[in-house]
Design a protein around this ligand. Sequence first.
Ligand code: LMR
Length: 394
Amino acid sequence: MLEALTAPAPDKIIELMGLYAADPRADKLDLGVGVYKDAEGRTPIMRAVKAAEQRLWQEQATKSYVGLLGDLGFVEAMRDLIFGAAVPAERVSGAQTPGGTGAVRQLLELARLANPEATVWYSDPTWPNHPAILKYLGIPSTTYRYFDAATRGVDFDGMIADLGAAKAGDVVLLHGCCHNPTGANPTFAEWQALTDLCLDRGLVPMIDLAYQGFGDGLDEDVAGVRHMAARVPELLLAASCSKNFGLYRDRVGAAFTVTADAGVTPLARGNLATLNRLNYSFPPDHGAKTVGIILTDPALRADWIAELEAMRQGMLTLRSGLAEALRRATNSDRFDFVATHRGMFSRLGAMPAQVAALRADHGVYMVGDSRINIAGLPAGGLDRLAAAIAAVGA
Ligand code: LMR
């Protein structure tokens, strides 16, 4: 039986992790997978996470099952963190999922259950797992223009023009903030225009929110999402705690639905619970419980926000530092966009051969589409990276 399997297409981010690990050079630079690193190249466990885990270890009396929707304290705290007061709580249903990917997967399955005719529109480019999951699920999907290769900003006119061809009931997959892989994001006014477009054409937004707090701040990063959620009748949202709580391997995420009518909320909630049951029964508890403790304890929450804010500021400092280093190295301002992008990633716009040369000749690892993870840069790495980019003629 198993010989009938075909070899799976490699995921380019996971593949790159393996190539980097196998490279013996001591001065190699890992700008690949989206993992935050501090100036010493470590991915620390956040202070509030350690404290909450300690409390959990001391106080938790059982490891028995929780429920199909996971820890409801976590789900409600995440709902409030994301939506604030934008939507009445009775119109929101949520389920804990294994990471943001689990939420994306469950929500796409939910959309398919609700409307098998819907086409899912996703940005060109997007996180490679989006089209991979859509293809695997057999969901009709297509792209909308997103990135302006000349300015390295959002091609908003192209985006609006392409989405103008979407039919009522289609799903528009948007990145809530910190677009992956480009780093280019719609302005608030553009979020307003996207909201109007969804209303005019009867489109259902699905937000992938994996980097809240990594761009302009916890509330700022969801200003567009909240505007949209407050106005459209229905919305889907996949949230990840991998990055902003640094809980990557613990797989902490949540899938939310906003329903047009509070009467539909139990139906959405019931289907999310059933999808959990069908795919893995109970979502993993430890990380979500940890996040729930942090978000509901004022002191731990304040400490988490302070540490997250320091991480965010560090990434902004790296951005402006890299833009300056690239000015010096290339004697031009053509990389200034690095300073205006937000989140962990920027797409540099280098050619595949230049990306390959950066890896082979300089030990600089970035995704093949020239996405760099700015947080992968160690202190003192700015000039070395800028020199390498200039040397390959990018
Ligand atoms: C990334 O884009 O590098 C991260 O979201 C990690 C992943 O799972 O791909």
